[in-house]
Design a protein around this ligand. Structure first.
Ligand code: TYC
Length: 102
């Protein structure tokens, strides 16, 4: 039984183990120089926000100093941060994007 070759009754109990990945918040930080329109484009391009959603987050960051762009697994969050930082550098804006464990 149970594939042990003896014909004996073997009970195999398996505990289902579901692994929940850690999640990370991706944040934009305010600064005095990055144009509002550029931040809106970043949110549309890299975080799939529509115009209204992107504008709302941008204004939140502008007024509060920091704001959430999205919540992702580690690799995705890391990719978003790199994409935003590369895009900002390419356009010579000081925009900062960071991630933190949720
Ligand atoms: N504070 C910037 C300005 O007045 C706009 C801005 C918003 C910059 C959000 C960065 O993450 C940011 N032009």
């Amino acid at each position: 039984g149970g594939g042990d070759g003896t014909g004996a009754a073997v009970i195999t109990k398996t505990k289902p183990v579901t692994k929940r990945p850690k999640l990370y918040r991706v944040l934009l930080l305010n600064d005095d120089y990055t144009p509002m329109e550029f931040v809106i484009e970043v949110l549309e391009r890299f975080f799939n926000k529509d115009r209204d959603g992107a504008t709302h987050i941008m204004l939140h960051v502008h007024h509060n100093g920091v704001g959430e762009c999205g919540i992702y697994t580690y690799e995705v969050a890391e990719t978003k941060v790199t994409q935003v930082m590369d895009f900002a550098r390419k356009h010579q804006h000081p925009l900062q994007c960071v991630m933190e464990e949720k």
